[in-house]
Structures are given as structure tokens and as C-alpha cells.
Ligand binder design. Structure first.
Ligand SMILES: Cc1ncc(COP(=O)(O)O)c(C=O)c1O
Length: 285
């Protein structure tokens, strides 16, 4: 019998499976056993996908628009993402600067896999969504974790960011509102982070804005490339519909960023899942 451990590629030892997915699977098992469980595992809204989105999916199937889709997303979907970025975030992207993936997760994965190699560093403020460091390690890079403090509302201090940046830093992965802390940076706080980044032109920014619409108590959402236009040319702004519209299972995410980088993110996707489900994109539209 094959020794599977020896058969596996060394890259399989560089990362762990998603702990939140493992916990979610265990929760499903316990619920199936009839246990009454409060789920605090994956970030999932407790309301259904809006009816008009579900109907759009059914209409898409009825029209038999069920074929392969372009790798970077249907034209309609990219136009919708373009409009969303302009309307909600003041970010202007050409259609060739937008790509669509199977969830924000795949978009982040594509970006890291397309750019990070052996010895590259990626800064991740902690506490973080569990997948960031594992994706960096899978790509061959080294996550550089920047701790934050409770008495600073779990927000990264600009000095801590400056200290973490080195010559091999490729990316800052940044998420506000944050999973798991909910930390939401205001305009001024984003400005102080942006000022550090302006001093280090080799550092790119991967913003994960998937929680954009989950802001409370009068706070307003802002994203880095909007706050500091000089970062636009080195920022990939990632977003999706999972949290905002309770569409976690539909698996659609999108990003805007520098055209050449976006093209290479699509290239990465072209040899894995290819284009996102036609039905999912129709619902998201
Ligand atoms: C911070 C963060 N980013 C990305 C994702 C994944 O989002 P999507 O469902 O769009 O792949 C999650 C899901 O839990 C998340 O918490």
C-alpha cells in the first residue's frame, strides 16, 4: 500500500486545513445528532439570500444560460462590480481591472499565489481570519504577524506596521471591519496606516472588504485606496457578497486593482476552478 505521507507533496506540510471549516463540520455533525448548538464558527448571516437574487438565479437557469463563463467574470458581473466600486467606494476601475472568483477567498488566494514566492513576507495584523497566514505559507511566503491590543480596540498601530515592514515585504493584508474582532478603522486611522505605506513603495495592499456592510453604531466604512488615492496603483480591493447579502454558499467574490496583477490573478484561476458559476453570477447581479 502507498505511504500517503511520503506520496504527498512537501507543500502540504506548509499549511493547515482551515480550522473554521473543521469547526463548522463538527457543528453540522452535532446538529445532525439533534444537539442545540449556537454556531460561532464561520461568519454567516442568519437571514436568507434576498428573494430577488434567488429568482434571478432561477430565471438564469430557465434561459439556459448555464454554460462556461469567462475566467474573469461575465461582462455584466464585471460591470456591476465596476459600478459598485464607483458608487460605494469612489474607486474607478476599468473593466480589465476587475476579476471575479469563487468567493473573496479565491480572490485572496489568487493574489497571494500569483505574487508570493520563497522568502517573501506578508504582513497580517492579529487577531486575523485564519486563512491569511496559511495561504501565505502555501504560496511559500512567511506571514509576519503584527499583534494588536485590546486597549487599542484591536487596531494596528502605525508604528507597529512600520516596524514590521522589511525589504522582502510584498503585501499588507488588511481587513476592516475585521474578522474576528470587528475592529473598524475610521478615516483618520486609515490615513495613519496609509501614511506608513506611502513611505514604503514596494509594499502592496490586499484589502479584504468582505464585511463592508456590517458596520454599526453610526460608523462608516472606508477602504484604503479610497482614503489615499496614491495607494490605488498598488492596492487590490477585494469584496464579495457572502456577508452583505447572506450569499455564503453561492461562492462569488470580486476585486479591483492594477490591470496586470488582476490579469495574473485570473491566469491563476484559469488552471483551477476557471469561471465562476453562471447561476451564481446571475444571482449576484
Ligand atoms: C475576513 C474574511 N474574508 C473572507 C472570507 C471568505 O469570504 P467568501 O465567502 O466571499 O469567500 C471570510 C469568511 O469567513 C472572512 O471572514
Amino acid at each position: 500500500m502507498t505511504d500517503i505521507a511520503a506520496f504527498l507533496a512537501p507543500r502540504m506540510n506548509r499549511f493547515k486545513p482551515s480550522p473554521s471549516q473543521i469547526a463548522s463540520a463538527r457543528v453540522r455533525e452535532l446538529i445532525a445528532e439533534g444537539r442545540d448548538i449556537v454556531k460561532l464558527t464561520a461568519g454567516e448571516p442568519d437571514f436568507p439570500t434576498p428573494g430577488h437574487a434567488k429568482r434571478a438565479a432561477i430565471e438564469c437557469m430557465d434561459r439556459n444560460e448555464i454554460r462556461y463563463t469567462p475566467i474573469n467574470g461575465t461582462l455584466e458581473m464585471r460591470r456591476a462590480a465596476q459600478l459598485k466600486f464607483r458608487r460605494d467606494n469612489g474607486l474607478h476601475y476599468g473593466l480589465e481591472q476587475i476579476t471575479v472568483g469563487s468567493g473573496t477567498k479565491q480572490i485572496l488566494f489568487n493574489a497571494l499565489m500569483a505574487t508570493v514566492s520563497e522568502g517573501d513576507e506578508v504582513i497580517v495584523p492579529a487577531p486575523y481570519w485564519t486563512s491569511y497566514p496559511d495561504m501565505v505559507q502555501l504560496a511559500g511566503g512567511r506571514p509576519v504577524i503584527v499583534p494588536t491590543e485590546q486597549n487599542h480596540r484591536f487596531k494596528m498601530r502605525p508604528e507597529a506596521l512600520a516596524e514590521a515592514i522589511g525589504p522582502r515585504t510584498k503585501w499588507l493584508v488588511f481587513s476592516s471591519p475585521s474578522n474576528p474582532t470587528g475592529a473598524t478603522y475610521d478615516e483618520g486611522e486609515l490615513g495613519t496606516i496609509a501614511r506608513v505605506l506611502l513611505d514604503h513603495p514596494h509594499v502592496h495592499v490586499l484589502t479584504d472588504d468582505v464585511y463592508e456592510h456590517l458596520v454599526y453604531e453610526g460608523r462608516r466604512f472606508h477602504t484604503l485606496a479610497e482614503i489615499e488615492p496614491r495607494l490605488y496603483h498598488r492596492t487590490v480591493t477585494c469584496n464579495g457578497v457572502s456577508k452583505a447579502y447572506s450569499m455564503t454558499g453561492w461562492r462569488v467574490g470580486f476585486a479591483g486593482g492594477p490591470g496586470e496583477l488582476i490579469r495574473n490573478m485570473s491566469k491563476m484561476q484559469s488552471q483551477s476552478t476557471a469561471g465562476v458559476s453562471a447561476v451564481g453570477q446571475a444571482a449576484v447581479l
